[in-house]
Design a binder for this molecule. Structure first.
Ligand code: PMP
Length: 396
């Protein structure tokens, strides 16, 4: 039996897709970032409108200097897990710092944001518990749920009344109920109605975990995310997030005020059985956090830029997300059309993400654009102009 036979369908789908495209959307190489907003792709200077570098901090000089100094002092990696030989003073410092930022008693950091969801969800929910997941949840939330062995119930995307109905049917279930939502959804840019979810959670005595991966540093007066913006932080039991987006590095975290969190360090497999973050990553993340807090104007500029891109794409009559957030998705009808659109954008110097079904909501292809604080108004206007040109070409 060919071990890869189960992928015959995938092989055919890739062959079908690559027939119609001069380049694979899954194999774009950014040869070199020239700045936060411009990268060298296929030898051309290309405007980057498809990263998660919302505040431009992956190019932070202070974060780079902190990493370099730390590499010199502490080496390039820890070679061990947090519960064995991989906890340095720096890991503890970053955990204390994040706990302070979120005003919570406990923080665990993980080696990626993916592992933060995997590690938090799989340890919090056990086989007798129930996980209630937004239908459009990120893969890490679904994978963490599988690892937990809990019963999984999906509710309609961003729909607190559907969640309310489903929880109502579970009132005699003896297990703990953990609801998982995201602040900003990564594919569409949709923003969760967090306060309404918090009301439903309180009504049913459930727990609520918010993944603020895309909203940390982006939403709320201090950048703590959608829960801060909605004024319902005290109703969120667990906040998960990542360093790989607004902070520009890599790693993830979970913060909480519940003291049981400390037990999880000894039963969360994605925390225990993997090497901890290298010291230079911790140092650059701490520096990026400092910069994020010292420069609220980055967040304000990001909001302005999000509005500019969103209004620009709507102005062209494209089917763009209704929520104003730094992720703006343009939904198209057909995969061929989306592939052609994406190729022309790149040829004209604008890089966005092509997202295809089944990875997209409603089985429709998306051109996922994301904006940064570092984009100039001229760069955004140029991207919108190129979108307009390609839409016209393809309609002709
Ligand atoms: N949660 C969400 C909502 C995400 O979009 C992502 C990454 N796309 C992650 C978690 C995982 O984060 P990381 O890439 O830092 O592992």
């Amino acid at each position: 039996m060919d071990i890869f036979a189960k992928y015959d369908g995938l092989k055919a789908a890739i062959a079908g897709l690559t027939q119609n495209t001069p380049r694979s959307p899954f194999d774009v190489v950014i040869e070199r970032p020239l700045s936060a907003t411009v990268g060298l792709i296929e030898g051309r200077e290309t405007l980057l409108f498809g990263t998660n570098n919302y505040l431009g901090l992956s190019q932070s000089k202070a974060a780079a200097e902190a990493a370099i100094a730390t590499v010199r002092e502490e080496g390039v990696g820890t070679t061990g897990s947090r519960i064995a030989n991989g906890t340095y003073a720096l890991h503890r410092r970053l955990e204390r710092r994040l706990a302070e930022v979120f005003r919570r008693r406990h923080c665990m950091i993980f080696s990626t944001g993916y592992q933060a969801n995997l590690g938090a969800i799989s340890a919090l929910a056990g086989k007798d518990d129930i996980l209630l997941l937004d239908a459009d949840s990120h893969a890490s939330i679904y994978d963490g749920s599988r690892l937990s062995h809990a019963q999984v119930i999906r509710f309609r995307h961003n729909d607190p009344s559907d969640l309310d109905r489903r929880l109502g049917r579970l009132k005699d279930h003896p297990g703990a109920k953990l609801i998982v939502v995201e602040g900003i959804y990564s594919m569409t840019g949709n923003v969760a109605p967090m306060r309404e979810f918090a009301e439903v959670k309180k009504k049913h005595g459930a727990y609520l975990l918010a993944d603020e991966a895309h909203s940390f540093g982006v939403m709320g007066e201090h950048g703590r995310g959608v829960a801060e913006q909605d004024g319902c932080e005290e109703d969120i039991d667990f906040v998960v997030g990542t360093f790989s987006k607004s902070l520009g590095t890599v790693g993830g975290y979970c913060v909480s005020n519940l003291d049981g969190m400390e037990l999880i360090r000894l039963c969360s497999r994605p925390y225990m059985f993997t090497a901890s973050l290298p010291p230079e990553i911790i140092a650059s993340t701490l520096a990026a956090l400092d910069e994020m807090q010292a420069r609220p104007e980055l967040r304000h500029r990001l909001q302005e830029n999000a509005k500019r891109l969103n209004h620009g794409l709507h102005g062209l009559g494209l089917n763009a997300s209704p929520h104003v957030s730094p992720v703006v998705a343009v939904t198209l009808d057909a995969v061929d059309q989306a592939v052609a659109f994406w190729n022309r954008l790149l040829e004209l110097g604008v890089y966005v993400n092509l997202s295809l079904p089944p990875a997209t909501p409603d089985e429709r292809p998306l051109l996922r654009c994301s904006v940064m604080a570092a984009h100039s108004p001229q760069e955004i206007d140029r991207a919108v102009e190129v979108f307009g040109q390609v839409a016209k070409e393809l309609a002709a």
